[in-house]
Design a protein around this ligand. Structure first.
Ligand SMILES: Cc1cc2nc3c(=O)[nH]c(=O)nc-3n(C[C@H](O)[C@H](O)[C@H](O)COP(=O)(O)O)c2cc1C
Ligand code: SF4
Ligand code: SF4
Length: 307
């Protein structure tokens, strides 16, 4: 859990009302920022970094990993509740859908979401809004944040220049979005073009139930030293160490934390990844991600929901 109690950029100064003209001193009283809870899910740190940056902009925000499946005590006090997660296969990851089932729901709160992705948000936020509506919740604001791709089966994240531009643009967008969240803005969900929403939503639906077994394409090369980090970073306990080597249990979320955080780059996926650069957000450490896993509860046995 990460706490942020920074002063928000939009903190207003309110004059105390004067009871009569004889009082000449006006006292400035700061209105504290609204209490915000952010639930996040991350594989390689982009969504955790986004959550932290946004929390610092908002002030008075508390971060929880979704995998904690907390009992909702924090929600009771929060005015606004945010969901921040990566886009997976052009839609909402199953871990997020499972979390929503378990989360304490309060229709009276202001809900917002940030879909962190590599440029193809597609219909993810509309899917989430519809899903939340089916649970009796209104998603008021859905924001698309683009950061480097961690989808290593298709290649590395790109050049340092490309990454620097993405980080800069993401910072700018989060700064622009924070006052809108603080003002509880209601707006249409951000989305990709129509062709993307039609084509990729079909692919999302086709692949959704195949994801748990896609870990069959992981393998370990001779560089593995048995450190066990891959087992520790997995958010759903899908890796066990057998004879000091990882074994995948076929209930994978495809977050790619294991392959991306392996310090020896010993985990491969298919044939091409030995040639591809690994990626994680430069301001997030493996300890941050392992720290999240320590407080997780077992989400792997919760029934999957079709998106
Ligand atoms: C299985 C998987 C599927 C992905 N699908 C998409 C996608 O449909 N659209 C997109 O823009 N990015 C996609 N990505 C890229 C991630 O959304 C992006 O890199 C994100 O910033 C990762 O966030 P994280 O570091 O918090 O895990 C995918 C990544 C993974 C691992
Ligand atoms: S993190 Fe890499 S080196 Fe460590 S046990 Fe896993 S595969 Fe082996
Ligand atoms: S096995 Fe690897 S890709 Fe699958 S959920 Fe665990 S860390 Fe993520």
């Amino acid at each position: 859990m990460h706490q942020f109690h920074n002063e928000p950029p939009n903190n207003r100064l309110q004059p105390t009302p004067r009871s009569n003209a004889a009082e000449s001193i006006v006292t400035n009283v700061k209105i504290p920022p609204m209490k915000t809870v952010i639930y996040y899910y991350t594989g390689t740190g982009n969504s955790l970094w986004t959550s932290r940056f946004l929390a610092a902009e908002l002030g008075n925000a508390t971060l929880y990993p979704m995998s904690l499946m907390m009992n909702g005590d924090a929600i009771v006090e929060a005015e606004a509740i945010g969901l921040i997660f990566p886009v997976h296969m052009w839609g909402v990851p199953s871990l997020v859908l499972n979390f929503l089932q378990k989360m304490q729901k309060d229709p009276g709160r202001y809900y917002f979401a940030v879909a962190v992705n590599a440029g193809q948000v597609s219909r993810t936020l509309i899917q989430l809004q519809n899903h939340m509506a089916s649970l009796g919740l209104r998603l008021s604001l859905g924001i698309d944040i683009v950061l480097p791709s961690n989808y290593i089966p298709w290649g590395g994240p790109g050049s340092a220049e490309k990454l620097a531009k993405l980080y800069l643009a993401a910072r700018g967008k989060i700064k622009e979005v924070a006052p809108r969240i603080a003002g509880k803005q209601i707006a249409p969900m951000e989305k990709g073009p129509l062709w993307q929403r039609i084509l990729f939503t079909a692919i999302y639906k086709m692949t959704f139930n195949m994801i748990p077994k896609m870990d069959g394409s992981f393998w370990v090369d001779e560089k593995c030293n048995g450190c066990g980090i891959c087992e520790k970073v997995c958010p759903v306990g899908n890796i066990v160490m057998t004879a000091e080597k990882p074994t995948w249990l076929h209930r994978c979320e495809q977050c790619l934390a294991c392959i991306q955080w392996c310090p020896k780059e010993a985990i491969q996926y298919g044939k091409k990844t030995p040639n591809y650069d690994r990626y994680h957000h430069p301001e997030v450490t493996v300890k941050d991600v392992i720290g999240d896993v320590k407080v997780r509860v077992d989400v792997v046995n919760i029934q999957k929901i079709e998106g």
